[in-house]
Design a protein around this ligand. Sequence first.
Ligand code: SF4
Ligand code: SF4
Ligand code: SF4
Ligand code: FES
Length: 948
Amino acid sequence: MSLVEEIDYGTPEAKSGKTVELTIDGMKVKVAQGTSIMRAAMEMGTEIPKLCATDMLDAFGSCRLCLVEIEGRNGTPASCTTPVAEGMVVHTQTPRLKQLRKGVMELYISEHPLECLTCSANGDCELQDMAGAVGLREVRYGYEGKRHPNPGVDASNPYFTFEPSKCIVCSRCVRACEEVQGTFALTIAGRGFGSVVSPGMEESFLDSECVSCGACVQACPTATLNEKSVIEIGTPEHSVVTTCAYCGVGCAFKAEMRGEEIVRMVPYKEGKANRGHSCIKGRFAYGYASHKDRVLNPMIRAKITDPWREVSWDEAINYAASEFRRIQAKYGRGAIGGITSSRCTNEETFLVQKLVRAAFGNNNVDTCARVCHSPTGYGLKTAYGTSAGTQDFDSVEHSDVILVIGANPTDGHPVFGSRMKKRLREGAKLIVIDPRRIDLVRTPHVEAQYHLPLRPGTNVAILTALAHVIVTEGLVDEAFVRERCEWDEFQDWAEFVSDPRHSPEAVASLTGVDPELIRGAARLYATGGNGAIYYGLGVTEHSQGSTTVLAIANLAMATGNIGRPGVGVNPLRGQNNVQGSCDMGSFPHEFPGYRHVAEDTTRALFESLWGRNLDSEPGLRIPNMIDAAIDGSFKGIYIQGEDILQSDPNTQHMVAGLSSMECVVVQDLFLVETANYAHVFLPGSTFLEKNGTFTNAERRIQLVRKVMSPRNGYEDWQITQRLANALGYPMNYTHPREIMDEIATLTPTFANVSFDRIDKMGSVQWPCNDASPDGTPVMHISGFVRGKGKFVRTEYLATEERTGPRFPLLLTTGRILSQYNVGAQTRRTANVMWHDEDSLEIHPFDAEQRGIRDGDWVRVASRAGETTLRAKISDRMALGVVYTTFHHPNTQANVVTTDFSDWATNCPEYKVTAVQVSPSNGPSEWQVEYRKQSTQSRRVEKPLVPAE
Ligand code: SF4
Ligand code: SF4
Ligand code: SF4
Ligand code: FES
């Protein structure tokens, strides 16, 4: 095994379709117009020495090492900043150039600490490499040159150090922070020889605006910015390309290793979702894989009040199987079910639903995607015919207007957020529809043209009002609609939205948004060029989540913003494999590929391959399973990689359901909260320990490659396979590639997908079949998958969750950059330095009225329950709206969320809960107890949530 090396071409690829021919060192070369001489040389295999240039960044031209001679031109221009021209004749190695380069390097080296042998970057340092490349053999000025200002090493960031004495002031870090990440946290302070890189206003990295994306560390050609893990472990000796297991962006990484130890995760430039960028989670927060809390041996117990007993894999699997069979014999075939995980691979998810349908003999399978993006599946399938987003991420580079609703990309989908910010800096216009003033509304060099701070729960009213403006002001793209959509349905919809009750003025008191803002935003979206809509859980997690997705789909069709790069409807998926878990048939009514279980031909296909009669009736969704458990008819569940107790709404109800069951099997990395109610615990494996695929928000299927052996002994799919076999249903896969082959056989949109194809192409976006063998980056180009696009009326119906005198505020929830989901992974990394507890954001006026100061403990109570957490006074909040994250189990935000859910899909209404907030003396008793146990490395023996 060796390191996966990526060529650095020095400057970014030119986008022009025209080519230019020139001669470099006597060889003719054709390259795209606009390419730099440096890149043209590199493309033909000639490396020109460089220090300030790298192909992730625009050329800067500061180090003067890349000089070349061009026939007919005076001087020695920098090859990184000089574009090629037709007929140009370039020389990269002449005696004069050699001399000049040596001279430049002498100056650098004379001022650089001579510590190469003990430097952490020894062997992995571009300064060292360039000294060799220019043939530097002596330094005439000695090595005692004046040093740059050296305030000492800044080790404040938990993941990397900054050692200014090694800095060559190439500005690569500063430019990476600006151009790639878009945070602008770094500057070059001082002038001339006194120049020094400075985070913020000469602060430490930790105290600055830095969001720890790692782009500067990656860009740094010296050891000035270096991963602490490299300093500790040494430079890596082999690497494996794999896919991040955190969010739906799906960043590709090189896991760089020494033996079985990860040295660092380096974002992979060839990764088509991330193009070489990363966020703090994928880049640095992988330490949970080796955290001491990981459970590595199976455990069982007869009652949830008994202590756990470690057992062999055989015993645990056989016990779970015999319990499931006992329950089915006593209570009926439908008394058990399973939950798939959007954190696991496609192959693992596929196997769990197969286990339920074929071995359990029912359709009681559901997924955590239910609680996030199920309305996306429903809405987009209804309107367009496919349950997925329409674009690839590259599409944003062609957008002129970006409408973000109910999403916070800079925190939730940071790498895509950075790409979006880049496009906005280039001039695209931005509309944000969100109750909070999210970062995108105003961030360095980006400012939204419109921010519509609506009251939570009024998405449908706002979107219908936007449609009202578009229709009544004659901004519809009629040619598109006539050609591509059902005309009668459009007319019906147009009549509906034109009704004055849907005007911005009519809905102003309801939504709390100034009608002029709605009118301006509608005009901009409809007339500003390519309009793209990006949305997140702030759209789906509502009682009208599916209606909101339909309203978005209507807007895109009415304005002709569908079917080409730069436009479209783009759900930003939450977890890494939300798209995949839905594609793989995790819902109780659908086989893989979104085909209903009642369809006879489809069922016959699965029956013939799986060798079992399959149920034609849809099974139970998670909330139905819990209700049935409380009623006494549902008694056993297999939960793979999903902490339903923490992630699902109305915690007490969940507690009641889980504790009514006779066999709860939890397969996870840690003793998560749900495991408090488990009878069997099967240790799971991390993404680093398995092979398979994830599908990101762009429908992009990417390989997850095993980087190390599973510490628990098995990959997750192998555990499911063992359980199936113990239940008497044979599964004999030897590698996940065989599972993918089965998926391809059974699923038309995956017909041409295989591990070999993905390996060869790097990734592939479904549909991938004979009609589009290389996949489909942009969907619905010449027609909608369903034929004609379908407009649907979107009548606003207020949620039953109402504010009133007892609960006058609306609580909405979301994520923060450094943490992920319920925090099981990120809380077990140094990321807790940025967010060690959830807090409640509250508007200054609402806080003052209640006598609450910043940092005070407050009690948040709803009709469902209450919790306490610290208040954070913030004018980012709209009046009457409070906000919290849900990353920490000791606050359990879902104790207060209610049972209301989307009318079509049961996706919980997390985003709207009527609450009262009042001062509190501190955490309640169960929270204190929880904290105590957390600090003692939590291996709970008893449930720690408030009793019902
Ligand atoms: S880690 Fe990222 S955000 Fe922080 S300074 Fe470096 S590039 Fe900027
Ligand atoms: S810290 Fe590294 S990237 Fe930044 S200016 Fe110094 S040497 Fe260049
Ligand atoms: S943006 Fe998402 S996929 Fe990419 S590194 Fe961050 S968490 Fe991982
Ligand atoms: S690499 Fe061209 S000037 Fe530095």
